[in-house]
Design a protein around this ligand. Structure first.
Ligand code: ZN
Ligand code: ZN
Length: 251
C-alpha cells in the first residue's frame, strides 16, 4: 500500500482514530477468543479459514476449476459477482455472533479490515456502497445493522458514498438453511425494495452469505430501481458442502 493509497483517505484515518480512542477508554476483548487487549487478536486472525482463489466467477462458491458453477450456468443471478473473505467457521463465526448479538460494534472495524484490501484487488467499478438491510422491527430491536457497520469503512476506503437506506427489507424472511433453490427463491421474493439508483453501480455488503439468495433478491430490487450493476461482498460465507458448519437462523 503506497502512502497515497485508498487506506490513507482522511475520512478512513479519522474513523480508525475514533475506534483507537474508544479502545483506549474501554479496553476491548477479542471477538474470537475473548482475551482482553485486542478486538480481534493475531491468533484468531490466523485461525480464520480463507476462501481459495478458485471459485465460481459469478457467485464465488469454491470450485475445483475456474469458471461458472452449475447453478450460475443454469440460472445466472441478478448480481454481477459475489465474493467473501472467509468461511463461516470459528473463530470468524464467533466474532460475527459477537458483532451481531453482543453489541460489540467496534469489532466491525477489525473484521472489515481485510475487506478493504479485497475490494480494491477485485477492481469492481462502484458508485455507491450499501448493506443488506434488517427489517425495521429488527433494526429497532438491535439498534444497529451489523452489515452497515462493515460497509461503512469499505465505502470510506473506496472514497464512495455509503447509503444505509438504499435497500428496504419489507418483511423478515425465514432461515434459508435446508430449503431447495425454488423454496429459497420464494422465501425472499418481494422481501426487498430499493430507492431509485438510475445508472449506478452498487456494492452491497453483508456479514454472512448463506446461499446467495438474499443477495440475489437485493440485486433484483436494485436492478428494478435502475442499477446497471450490482456486486456483493461479505465477510464470511457458509460453504454449502460443509455440513459441519452451524448456521445462524437470521444470517
Ligand atoms: Zn482472539
Ligand atoms: Zn456460481
Amino acid at each position: 500500500m503506497t502512502q497515497s493509497g485508498p487506506n490513507t483517505r482522511p475520512a478512513l484515518i479519522a474513523y480508525h482514530l475514533f475506534w483507537n480512542a474508544v479502545d483506549w477508554v474501554f479496553p476491548p476483548r477479542c471477538g474470537g477468543c475473548d482475551q482482553s487487549g485486542e478486538r480481534w487478536c493475531e491468533d484468531c486472525q490466523q485461525k480464520v479459514t480463507r476462501l481459495g482463489e478458485t471459485c465460481c466467477e459469478c457467485c464465488g462458491e469454491p470450485l475445483e476449476q475456474p469458471g461458472l458453477c452449475e447453478q450460475c450456468r443454469r440460472r445466472p443471478p441478478a448480481f454481477k459477482a459475489l465474493r467473501s473473505w472467509c468461511a463461516y467457521r470459528d473463530p470468524a463465526r464467533q466474532a460475527i455472533h459477537r458483532l451481531k448479538y453482543r453489541r460489540d460494534i467496534g469489532l466491525a472495524e477489525a473484521l472489515a479490515a481485510p475487506l478493504l484490501g479485497q475490494v480494491h484487488a477485485l477492481g469492481w467499478k462502484i458508485d455507491v456502497v450499501t448493506s443488506v438491510p434488517l427489517s425495521p422491527a429488527r433494526l429497532r430491536q438491535r439498534g444497529y445493522n451489523q452489515a452497515s457497520m462493515l460497509a461503512y469503512p469499505v465505502a470510506l476506503s473506496l472514497g464512495k458514498p455509503f447509503r444505509a437506506g438504499l435497500l428496504v427489507r419489507n418483511r423478515d424472511t425465514a432461515s434459508q438453511v435446508g430449503l431447495s433453490a425454488a423454496e429459497r427463491e420464494r422465501n425472499v421474493q418481494g422481501a426487498f425494495s430499493a430507492r431509485p439508483v438510475p445508472g449506478q453501480s452498487i456494492l452491497v455488503i453483508d456479514d454472512v452469505i448463506t446461499t446467495g439468495s438474499t443477495m440475489n433478491a437485493c440485486a433484483q430490487a436494485l436492478q428494478a430501481a435502475g442499477a446497471t450493476a450490482v456486486y456483493g461482498l461479505s465477510y464470511a460465507r457458509a460453504i454449502i458442502a460443509d455440513h459441519s458448519v452451524p448456521i445462524h437462523p437470521f444470517s
